[in-house]
Design a protein around this ligand. Structure first.
Ligand code: 26V
Length: 825
């Protein structure tokens, strides 16, 4: 293989001086000729853009070589279809992977600019809501790092996830505008545009059995490509995002009649498709625009890959050998019907051949079992918007149900439960069933989640296809979440575990031998302290609250959701506050309770929880009795960049979802890898973390998934739970009575009434167990050598949660594509 960017990194001082000079020249060239700015008048924003453009050239070198190579060798390629990619900033990651962090910083310093100070100008690309979108971003980077040829397909939203401001303790949503300064990473591909149809009718052609779909409306999907470079610049993947453009930007008829609004109506309607990301995690919006988004990007992506394949091979029967399509949740589930349509209607294949190819190519990842989160679309809406696809779905369903009925034991099967159409709620298409039936493999994202898929939501389908569901536990990229985010720890780790660590993160287990070494512990304490000082500065800037870096930093950062139980955390915080006030002279372990996260704008309960956290913060932070022992902060506008600062500074990681409801979690992995101790339930990937770090290195509490199930079937009266749980009544009464909202005493009456009426998420049931677990944490914190022994065990045993490992599992067991690079680089 040819020498690549980071392998070509300088070995001598002279070479590195040359490199810095070259980079300086490249950056100044971009500033001058691409931005038209003279260095003497360039603003920080111009400098960042110039650096990105210069670095992008290095990425492009890698990208073109690897794309060319995979094309030449005809290797199988992975197409990752995802409505969300939560990328965050890209510069630091790209520099890090190219081995250019130091040289570029030096080049900028020579030019009189502090790179660290201006990097934060790059906007966060927030084209995702949370875990599902961040996972897609980690996987694109990990595919580039493990040498799996891949393309990620999604939508280039003009506006990503809203920005969050906290105003008087309440969340206010502000539109996000990441493209306002253009996006220097992307390449617009005007030549790669596809027509996407909607509505209209299906008519028979003169050939018997053949039909054509005549859409009434069509929009263009225009491609924008961003290269994602992998570790050591050995390979790169492509993120191809689609933008909707009108076929006719202006109606001249309307214009000539003076109807200026009507003249751009078609354009507005078309371009609405890629206007904004749905903040879709309170309830699926169920709106037509969302369905249009889903079909828009699915169709564009499939047309693109089908065309590319045909151009290269001139046939379709080998599609499953050359193409693996991964559906990131059901959002692209229409791929099953669209692939059938493309192969049958546009390429003339038979139904049977098209089905063999479609189901041999597609696989599907499920990311949640919450019944209210499973997508369904009204048949009537589908018939109106996608009449041909609805026909195809009926066709798939009829053949599927028929096949089951005729199979051995088929008479006993409850066909209504496996049907793609839910007839009990006014005829709706079950997108998860469609994805399941149209895929060769379906996976969950943690061991527990995959097992629950088999036992609950997909049990009837699992009985028909017992080999289809498998598990691939999620992973995170160690490049961003350890090497980039935590320089101090990375330096120590490479010293202790060897330089090979950065190529094979699982070598991190060599740290385990040093768990009891006081010298090692001292160094880790110093690193954590530095990270906490940085975070304390951010907290002060963002909230005005001064926190002591010597205190225990206890962190819960994630989307605000009842099942994630921020409410349990804040209620226990109140109990702790009461306890400190009633025994002010006890030596309480000083704590800072740190929260961050966004609530969907239409999710009232989640917003009330944010409000409560802020109200509790106001009371606690102004109370002189608890001043040195307890602080509560809510950091506004949680995003990827905030996570990169917060996680390396955490002592405790809160992973306290109601067991059975968090499919995996990935924040839990990032914290543990950075050495935080987890307080968590036996849920999602927490279980696998506990298995790897050992039960004596994690603080587990609460009901198991099975216990939650049993309690839901046979609920204990909440009055009884409250009466038998110490401190709980007092805490609830205080919140409900307005002790934390003196200006509006009724503010939380509804929230507390809700809990008393129905403790669906087991907040009351798990309260005491959680409180005791927190007091166990206090005890551990008091014994610092023990604490740091545990912390070391967490870092040492979490290398397995690398996205590289996850990608290798997908590559071997689902995609059947060889990873280009072995574990060691
Ligand atoms: C959607 C909805 C909509 C209805 C109400 C409840 C609800 C809850 C969650 C969602 C989002 C579902 C998709 C998702 O983001 N799942 C997350 O995927 C991560 C990556 O696999 C995983 O780590 C998280 O546990 C899982 O919640």
């Amino acid at each position: 293989m040819t020498e690549t960017a980071s392998e070509a990194r300088p070995t001598s001082a002279a070479e590195s001086k040359d490199l810095v000079e070259t980079l300086k020249a490249e950056i100044v060239r971009k500033l001058t000729y691409s931005l038209g700015k003279n260095p003497s008048v360039a603003q920080p924003h111009d400098w960042v853009t110039a650096v990105i453009l210069a670095v992008r050239d290095h990425v492009v070198d890698v990208w073109q070589r690897s794309t060319h190579e995979s094309y030449q060798t005809g290797r199988k390629r992975v197409y990752y279809l995802s409505l969300e990619f939560l990328i965050g900033r890209s510069l630091a990651d790209a520099l890090n992977n190219l081995g250019l962090t130091g040289p570029v910083a030096q080049a900028m310093a020579d030019l009189g600019v502090d790179l660290g100070a201006i990097e934060t100008i790059e906007p966060d690309a927030a084209l995702g809501n949370g875990g599902l979108g961040r996972l897609a971003a980690c996987y694109l980077e990990a595919m580039a790092s493990t040498g799996v040829p891949a393309l990620g397909y999604g939508i280039r939203y003009d506006h990503g996830l809203f920005k969050q401001r906290i105003d008087g303790g309440r969340q206010v949503e502000v539109p996000e505008d990441w493209l306002s300064f253009r996006n220097p990473w992307e390449f617009e591909r005007r030549e790669s545009a596809y027509q996407i149809g909607f509505g209209g009718s299906v008519v028979a052609t003169e050939k018997p059995g053949e039909v054509t779909w005549n859409p009434e409306e069509a929009v263009f999907a225009v491609a924008y490509d961003t290269p994602i470079v992998g570790w050591r610049g050995r390979d790169a993947t492509t993120l191809r995002l689609w933008r909707a453009r009108a076929m006719h930007p202006l109606s001249l008829d309307a214009f000539n009649q003076g109807d200026l609004v009507g003249a751009v109506a078609e354009r507005n309607r078309a371009e609405a498709i890629s206007k904004v990301l749905y903040p879709n995690d309170s309830t699926p919006a169920g709106q037509e625009l969302r369905l249009r988004q889903e079909f828009f990007f699915t169709s564009a992506s499939l047309q693109d890959l089908v065309r590319r394949h045909y151009r290269q091979f001139g046939k379709f029967d080998n599609l499953p050998d050359k193409v693996a399509i991964q559906l990131n949740d059901t959002h692209p589930a229409l791929a099953v019907a669209e692939m059938m349509r493309l192969l049958i209607d546009e390429r003339g294949l038979s139904w049977e051949d098209a089905w063999t190819i479609t189901s041999g190519t597609i696989s599907y990842t499920n990311h949640t079992l919450l019944p209210e989160a499973l997508e369904t679309w009204p048949v009537a809406l589908m018939e109106r918007l996608l009449p041909r696809h609805m026909q195809i779905i009926f066709g798939i369903n009829a053949r599927f149900l028929d096949g089951v009925r005729r199979s051995a034991g088929g008479e006993g099967v409850d066909l209504a439960s496996i049907s793609l159409i839910d007839e009990s709620h006014g005829r709706r298409v079950r997108m998860a069933h469609l994805a399941f039936v149209g895929s060769h493999t379906v996976n969950g994202v943690s061991a527990l989640h995959s097992r629950l898929m088999q036992e609950t939501v997909f049990a009837p389908l699992h009985a028909v296809f017992p080999d289809r569901i498998t598990n691939v536990t999620n992973g995170i990229t160690p490049r961003r979440w350890l090497f980039s985010a935590n320089h101090g720890l990375t330096k120590l780790l490479t010293e202790v575990c060897g330089n090979g660590l950065t190529d094979d993160i699982e070598q991190i287990d060599r740290l385990a031998a040093h768990a009891d070494d006081p010298g090692m512990q001292e160094r880790l304490i110093a690193i954590r302290r530095d990270n906490k000082l940085k975070l304390a500065k951010v907290i002060r800037q963002e909230t005005g609250v001064v926190v002591d870096p010597a205190a225990l930093f206890d962190v819960q950062i994630k989307r605000i959701h009842e099942y994630k139980r921020q409410l349990l955390n804040i209620l226990e915080t109140i109990a702790l506050y009461d306890a400190i006030r009633s025994e002010p002279y006890r030596d309480w372990a000083p704590r800072v309770k740190i929260f961050a996260g966004k609530a969907a704008s239409n999710y009232g309960t989640a917003k009330a929880i944010i409000n409560l956290i802020n109200d509790v913060a106001t009371v606690v932070n102004n109370d002189i009795t608890t001043r040195d022992r307890l602080k509560v902060v809510f950091i506004p506008n949680y995003n990827v960049s905030a996570a990169e600062i917060i996680i390396p500074a955490a002592d405790v990681s809160e992973q306290i979802s109601t067991a059975g409801l968090e499919a995996s979690g990935t924040g839990n992995m990032k914290f543990a890898l950075n050495g935080a101790l987890t307080i968590g339930t036996m849920d999602g990937a927490n279980i696998e973390i506990s298995e790897r770090v050992g039960l004596d290195n994690i603080v587990i509490f609460g009901m198991s998934a099975a216990e939650v199930e049993a309690a839901k079937r046979n609920p204990r009266p909440t009055g009884e739970v409250i009466a038998t749980t110490p401190h709980l009544e007092g805490v609830l009464d205080a919140v409900a009575g307005g002790a934390y909202s003196p200006g509006d005493r009724n503010r939380y009456a509804g929230l507390v009434d809700g809990l008393r009426a129905n403790d669906w998420f087991m907040v009351l049931n798990d309260f005491e167990s959680y409180r005791l677990a927190q007091r166990r944490i206090d005890g551990l914190w008091a014994n610092q050598p023990e604490w740091w022994r545990m912390s070391i065990a967490n870092t040492a045993h979490c290398g397995w949660f690398s996205a590289d490992r996850a990608i290798r599992e997908y590559a071997q067991r689902i995609w059947r594509v060889p990873a280009g690079f072995a574990a060691k680089g």
